[in-house]
Design a protein around this ligand. Structure first.
Ligand code: CMP
Length: 137
């Protein structure tokens, strides 16, 4: 068993898709070991996405992620990192496979409904950014 980090982004929470996406996660066989709804400040979003700070879309990304509530999750499964990337689908929904969350729900490459860590190392960092040990059960 391993753990990875995921977020339901503002575009999906705003459209009332939280329950549907959590159901998709559980139906895929993940155990949700951490779950938290919160509103990020612009500074929180800039800190979380610091790795992308040189990218031209950094301002757009951090303003979007701090626009309204997000839902942060820690997901446990065999090969959780790969399994969650597969369930999310490609970053750009136009390139996402049928049956993935982004294919079904994402609006654009920016407003793409869900986030997943991009490596197993970053998963541990991102989990620690949002959760303490007592919140993972
Ligand atoms: P995420 O998995 O949260 O990690 C970084 C995010 O940057 C990514 O999903 C996209 O939502 C966003 N992103 C990547 N490329 C672009 C782009 N060209 N324009 C706007 N946002 C982007």
């Amino acid at each position: 068993m391993s753990r990875t980090f995921g977020m339901i982004k503002p575009d999906a929470v705003e459209r009332g898709l939280t329950g549907k996406i959590l159901a998709r996660i559980e139906e895929a066989g993940f155990k949700i070991v951490g779950l938290k709804k919160m509103k990020l400040s612009l500074e929180d979003a800039q800190k979380f996405y610091a790795v992308h700070s040189a990218r031209p879309f950094f301002g757009e990304l951090t303003e979007f992620m701090s626009r309204s509530a997000i839902v942060a999750v820690v997901l446990e499964a065999d090969n959780a990192f790969t399994k969650w990337r597969d369930l999310m689908g490609a970053t750009n929904p136009a390139q996402a496979d049928a049956g993935t969350i982004r294919k079904e729900f994402a609006l654009s490459i920016g407003e793409n409904s869900v986030h997943g860590s991009d490596s197993e190392e970053n998963a541990a960092i991102e989990i620690a950014f949002f959760f303490n040990q007592f919140e993972l059960v």
